[in-house]
Design a protein around this ligand. Structure first.
Ligand SMILES: NC(=O)c1ccc[n+]([C@@H]2O[C@H](COP(=O)([O-])OP(=O)(O)OC[C@H]3O[C@@H](n4cnc5c(N)ncnc54)[C@H](O)[C@@H]3O)[C@@H](O)[C@H]2O)c1
Length: 420
């Protein structure tokens, strides 16, 4: 019988509730045991605690994560941190100071300097923390990356991510950090690129990494244009181009300013074939000689599978977590350089934006007339929206050497002031 992993989860609501359900199922299967949890207002979740049978399972409930760690750290193998982005670093620091590794929800932070502090703090834990980018461990993804690295598709020439995930106005009002650049003095940078669709951005960087399987592209230069249609502090629409250190150009077009069905697709362009990977959908390999291999991707319980994979590492059965904090450097740097390059968040011209009421959902969306065309033109031809009707100056070409400008730039963007 494998050792049961003893767990503390910080939080009871939001995505923490999904971790509770996943761990409860893994507890039934004999893999895990929830020792403790905490929430600033646990009484609000009395119904959930009853449904999850906390009393019968002997789960201790605290109001503060520090009190929880203080009381329970000797009974724990792992702390799960699925809380607002701006709280991650402090919570991770408290757990790792006690030697405990964490399952930290993505993004670990969106501030490159804070990420470096977290990487240092992580070295104090008994094991490396896992960052919960859901899709790196998909078996089909790993098998395809092996084929890419093996050279079957020829040299990689480029890659694109197109992703449109509609979000209603209520999404940005659901908590005190949605769509924000800062909460108090703390950079949050919540956005479609840095948070909701961060999985796909990190996935694209994963396809470009080598020569090891678990490796991500190294960023050399970035250009970006950031926009907003919603009345938020941050951006809801990103157009980003990145050159990797190996000389490949990646393009990302990602937005929440849309209505109708969601869409997302990771495309890797190689000498012999184009690979189209749609999470939750299909994998299509279009060979230049006309052959098309198409297959559906199996349903995937991301949370249970990521926990099980991390348990294997904690038990010494696998050599590393799927994504460590250090593996997040390219993603966090890319996000930060996008802000530096763009210099400001431009409004999408009002003439392009209209409201759409979804009567079934009883929610209000925004639709941008030219969004689809801007995505296609940018991803296929490198045409920037700013030069084709959205009226924004081009993004500056920036490199990792520009990262020290990041804090000044985002403060200026939040204050509406130009900053160099
Ligand atoms: N992997 C995924 O698919 C996925 C999906 C959704 C969210 N997330 C990530 O999960 C994290 C949380 O997002 P969310 O939308 O659930 O946020 P949220 O604002 O709803 O907060 C989640 C929970 O954190 C807890 N919390 C807040 N402050 C706390 C404190 N001081 N002490 C202890 N607990 C506290 C509360 O229980 C709260 O309900 C983010 O990093 C987000 O990106 C990941």
């Amino acid at each position: 019988m494998k050792p049961v992993i003893r767990i503390g989860i910080v939080g009871l609501g939001g995505f923490a509730a999904s971790h509770h359900q996943a761990i409860a199922r893994l507890e039934e299967r004999g893999h895990a045991r929830l020792v403790c949890t905490c929430d600033p207002d646990p009484d609000r979740y009395a119904g959930e605690q009853a449904n999850l049978r906390f009393a019968a399972r002997g789960v201790q409930v605290f109001r503060d994560y520090r009190a929880m760690l203080d009381a329970c750290h000797r009974q724990l193998d792992l702390v799960v941190i699925p809380t607002p982005i701006q709280l991650h670093a402090d919570m991770h620091a408290e757990a790792t100071a006690l030697g405990l590794p964490t399952y930290l929800e993505k993004p670990p932070t969106l501030d490159y300097a804070e990420l470096e502090r977290m990487i240092q703090a992580d070295a104090r834990a008994s094991h490396a923390s896992h960052v919960g980018f859901n899709f790196i461990i998909e078996k089909r993804r790993l098998a395809l990356k092996e084929r890419l690295l093996g050279g079957e598709f020829g040299a990689v020439r480029g890659a694109t991510l197109g992703a449109l995930w509609p979000r209603p106005a209520s999404y940005f009002a659901r908590n005190d950090w949605a769509g924000r650049l800062f909460v108090g003095e703390h950079p949050v940078l919540d956005s479609c690129f840095g948070n909701a669709m961060a999985h796909f951005v990190h996935n694209l960087l994963f396809w470009m990494g080598g020569p090891e399987l678990f490796s991500w592209a190294q960023i050399a230069a970035v250009r970006a244009e950031l926009y907003r249609a919603h009345a938020i502090e941050g951006a809801d629409t990103f157009f980003v181009e990145a050159d990797t250190a190996s000389g490949v150009t990646l393009r990302f077009a990602v937005s929440h300013a849309c209505a109708g069905p969601s869409s997302h697709c990771e495309i890797v362009l190689c000498d012999k074939a184009a690979l189209r990977y749609t999470v939750g959908g299909s994998l299509e390999i279009r060979w230049n000689d006309g052959r098309i291999e198409k297959s559906l991707l199996e349903p995937f319980d991301a949370l249970q599978e990521n926990h099980l994979e991390y348990f294997r590492y904690l038990r010494g059965e696998s050599p590393r977590p799927a994504t460590t904090l250090a593996d997040c450097r390219p993603f966090v740097a890319l996000n930060d350089l996008a802000y530096i390059s763009s210099g400001r968040i431009a409004p999408i011209p009002a003439s392009q934006v209209s409201g759409v009421r979804d009567e079934k959902e009883q929610k209000d969306y925004l639709q941008v007339t030219s969004m689809q065309a801007m995505h296609e033109n940018f991803l296929s031809r490198g045409v920037w929206p700013g030069s084709s009707g959205w009226d924004k100056e081009p993004g500056e070409v920036v490199t990792l050497a520009d990262l020290p400008r990041f804090h000044g730039i985002i403060r200026a963007i939040a204050g509406g002031q130009p900053d160099t």
